[in-house]
Design a protein around this ligand. Structure first.
Ligand code: MN
Length: 468
């Protein structure tokens, strides 16, 4: 029995964050009532003509440049197929001349994954099947079609088959998602379908360099599903090979029972009868346009991680976690305003799990940390203020004043600590004998007496001073 290696390539469809659709002025808006965001172009009505969305091209180039791709002249093609959510019976896509080619994405662990291409195309509408199980077509009695999504701009990013584990596949999608958020090119929500991942999976004996038959897995709408599906599918291939059989090339569906099922045998490119879209001209961005995008590129996740490790002194894993939560701009911005690095990263990791945290003004955040550092508020108070600050956008000082968070007078705190010692004589003897863990008894009593307003560190300092 040989040792096997997993070979994965990912195709990621990303909805671009434009105001309008790829070829019409219909709003590109998720969650509206069905069939309200449509124009004759989205419905493919006779005589309607596409007009290319300039912003979609810019976002496609932004993503391409962030992935180190070359931007080249590109051609739109018609990809012909019948599907009820495609009223034109073809999808306008890019075929042999995509806008972005030959890039790479470097995972936080240093592994480089090639990006073969990224091409612009329009999304299809959405069909909902009724009467069957889990909205599946099998056993359904009716189908409802919503064309709001028809014509939404997509960039399909195709990696090379360079991924060697389910973990790296997950890391690739996470890193790509962070890049999309940093460039504001897409909302990149797997659960809403604004980022959709298909995995091409095969296996081969370790040491071999040929590519064996692959299966394409669809319906991977979470990072967890992606990881589980790849692991399952690779195992299925290994079992087939080891029993003297082989997998068929096909498209498979990931089901919630933790298995993949045949969806259809894989179609070949020539099944689609691609031909150049006669209603659109060559897309050939000039150097000035490309240069403008290059020069307005924001700080990318890899650069953010680098600065976080350098400036905040955190390890790469912590830095990655801050970046993946979308909080790097906030933390780095606060550091630029002179905030204490440890407090800033701790808040990001522990106290900023509330929604809207990534939009907080770094200057306000730095102001809060400054109050905490100078002892004006306690850690507990800082946490409370932070949550309110995310909600209201008010300054830390005014929230503290409104809530009556004034720093406790040190002589007042000493009195409360002395009372806690008097009330807990037995624990005090143990503490004096060097039993550190009973300190919690006093801190707890002081916190209770002050309704959590006392600074734990200050209490600890007083206790040590009293013990002598
Ligand atoms: Mn596609």
């Amino acid at each position: 029995m040989s040792e096997w290696e997993i070979v994965v390539g990912l195709e990621v469809h990303v909805e671009l964050a434009t105001e309008t659709k790829l070829f019409s002025h219909a709003p590109n808006q998720f969650g509206d009532d069905p069939n309200t965001n449509i124009t004759p172009v989205c419905l493919g009505l006779p005589g309607s003509l596409p007009v290319l969305n300039r912003r979609a091209v810019e976002l496609a180039m932004t993503i391409g440049i962030a992935l180190g791709c070359e931007i080249q002249p590109s051609v739109f093609h018609r990809k012909n197929y019948f599907y009820p959510d495609m009223p034109k019976d073809y999808q306008v896509s890019q075929y042999d001349q995509p806008i972005c080619i030959d890039g790479a994405l470097t995972l936080p662990n240093g592994t480089e994954i090639g990006v073969e291409r990224a091409h612009l195309e329009e999304d299809a509408g959405k069909t909902t099947h009724l009467g069957g199980e889990d909205g599946r077509i099998h056993g359904a009695s009716e189908a409802l079609v919503d064309y709001n999504r028809a014509g939404v701009p997509l960039l399909e990013i195709v990696s090379r088959p360079d991924i060697r584990s389910a973990e790296d596949a997950r890391a690739y999608v996470e890193e790509l998602r962070s890049i999309l958020l940093a460039t504001e090119a897409s909302e990149a929500r797997l659960e809403e379908g604004s980022m959709r991942v298909d995995a091409n999976v095969s296996v081969r004996p370790i040491g071999s360099s040929d590519l064996r038959t692959r299966c394409e897995i669809k319906n991977l709408n979470s990072l967890r599903s992606l990881q589980r599906a790849i692991t399952y599918e690779a195992q299925r291939h290994i079992q087939l090979y080891e029993s003297g059989d082989a997998p068929d090339q096909e498209t498979r569906h990931w089901a919630e029972d933790g298995k993949t099922y045949t969806l259809r045998s894989k179609e070949e490119a020539n099944d689609y009868r691609y031909f150049p879209e006669p209603d659109l001209v060559l897309l050939d961005p000039d150097d000035v346009w490309i240069e403008r995008i290059v020069s307005s590129m924001p700080e990318l996740p890899s650069q953010q991680r680098e600065r976080l490790t350098a400036l905040a002194g955190v390890d790469l894993e912590t830095a990655a976690s801050i970046v993946n939560r979308g909080l790097s701009r906030l933390v780095l911005g606060a550091l630029d305003h002179g905030a204490d690095a440890t407090r800033a990263t701790n808040h990001a990791l522990q106290n900023l799990t509330v929604s809207g945290a990534s939009d907080l003004d770094p200057k306000l955040f730095a102001g809060l940390i400054e109050m905490e550092t100078s002892g004006l508020i306690t850690a507990t108070q800082a946490k409370t203020i932070l949550v309110e600050m995310v909600e209201t956008g008010q300054e830390a000082a005014s929230i503290a004043a409104n809530r009556g968070f004034e720093s406790m007078d040190s002589s007042e705190l000493e009195k409360i600590v002395d009372a806690a010692i008097a009330d807990n004589q037995e624990a005090w003897s143990k503490f004096c004998a060097g039993e550190e863990k009973v300190q919690g008894v006093f801190v707890g009593a002081v916190m209770k007496a002050t309704s959590g307003q006392a600074d734990g560190k200050a209490v600890s300092a007083i206790l040590r001073a009293r013990r002598g």
